[in-house]
Design a binder for this molecule. Structure first.
Ligand code: CA
Ligand code: CA
Ligand code: CA
Length: 342
């Protein structure tokens, strides 16, 4: 698997600078939003209603069991009085953020060919893009607020440009800060190596600069659309109150890597990270907790929730995850599962 790490080196060499100089001209922008930190105070009791109305405004093409947002509030780790601000301070993360031998604690990129899955029977690879928008409160059906763009195929724009074929999140909790997708009821199982890839639209700021513009997301998984478990994630910077534009420091997040895979113009293997880019995830990193995380690790998941990281509390600081000052919300091009079974 070493060749993968070497292949990735060009992504990260010297990537210690901040993306303040990044231009988002090539990337879709939603209107500027207030700083995330200012929106994460005590919950507004009215947030539930505003969130529901936002969802219903254009939810004709939405479906699924999460219409009442039960998943967000019924998870034991969630704050009952802050339904839209996911606080992972109680996340049942392992002490070792990278418990498997298959997982490099620094690069955090699982090999596509590892054979360490602990599933009883190895599933056959059947790569399928997530096809169903289950919950997208920010969906308006138009432009970058068209949630269909997250299930219509991945159209990456390469190392130095962001795809425009994306659904953009914002930073208003419950209004536009997350997206839930499914595979139409099918299960994404844990097989050898990477099990699913999230394609956002990050890009390198200047050829060879090693500095990347990223819109980071926390990934949550669910079997039933009600109980959610966050994929283990950890910002590894020495000072976690300062944003660093280095994908290697954002362990377990989505939105880290540029996307070269394009269903129309560059239809490479989406699980070949060197060729395709994107953010690979291996269910072997879900903790053996004897509970829901382990059940997903061993049996797979049906629903994926992508949440704008600046609206999620970093348990190491007690404040929301920091972000690039130019970031105004993640842009989701698509998600592809590798071992998809009915
Ligand atoms: Ca796996
Ligand atoms: Ca982006
Ligand atoms: Ca797309």
């Amino acid at each position: 698997m070493r060749h993968l790490w070497i292949g990735l080196a060009f992504f990260v060499i010297g990537a210690a600078g901040c993306g303040a100089s990044a231009s988002r001209d090539a990337s879709p922008n939603t209107p500027d939003l207030p700083d995330a930190a200012s929106e994460t105070g005590p919950a507004d009791p009215g947030q539930d209603e505003s969130a529901d109305s936002g969802e219903d405004a254009d939810g004709s093409d939405l479906e699924g069991p999460n219409e009442e947002h039960d998943g967000w509030v019924s998870t034991p780790d969630a704050h009952e009085d802050e339904p839209w601000l996911f606080d992972d301070t109680a996340l049942d993360a392992p002490d070792d953020p990278c418990p498997e031998a298959s997982c490099d604690p620094v690069s955090d990129i699982p090999s596509a060919t590892d054979t360490t899955a602990e599933t009883a029977a190895t599933p056959d690879p059947t790569p399928v893009a997530a096809t169903t928008v289950v919950d997208a409160p920010g969906n308006t059906g138009t432009g970058f607020a068209d949630a269909n763009r997250a299930v219509n195929g991945v159209r990456g724009a390469g190392l130095h440009a962001g795809s425009m074929d994306v659904f953009s999140l914002g930073y208003q909790e419950g209004v536009n800060n997350y997206l839930v997708l499914s595979w139409g009821g099918a299960m994404v199982r844990n097989g050898p190596g990477v099990d699913f890839v999230v394609f956002e639209n990050g890009f390198e700021v200047g050829s060879g600069s090693g500095t990347f513009f990223m819109d980071l997301m926390v990934v949550l998984l669910s079997r039933d659309g009600i109980t959610w478990v966050a994929f283990p994630h950890d910002y590894l910077a020495d000072d976690e109150t300062v944003y660093v534009a280095n994908p290697e420091l954002w362990s377990g997040f989505a939105g880290r890597f540029p996307v070269k895979y394009n269903v129309d113009t560059n239809p490479v293997d989406p699980f070949d990270h060197d060729a395709a880019g994107g953010d690979p995830f291996d269910l072997d990193r879900m903790p053996l907790d004897g509970g829901e995380a382990q059940a997903i690790r061993e049996g797979g998941f049906r629903y994926i929730k992508l949440v704008a990281a600046p609206t999620v509390v970093n348990p190491d600081t007690g404040a929301p995850f920091v972000r690039d000052p130019m970031s105004n919300g993640a842009d989701i091009d698509g998600v592809i599962g590798r071992y998809v079974e009915e």
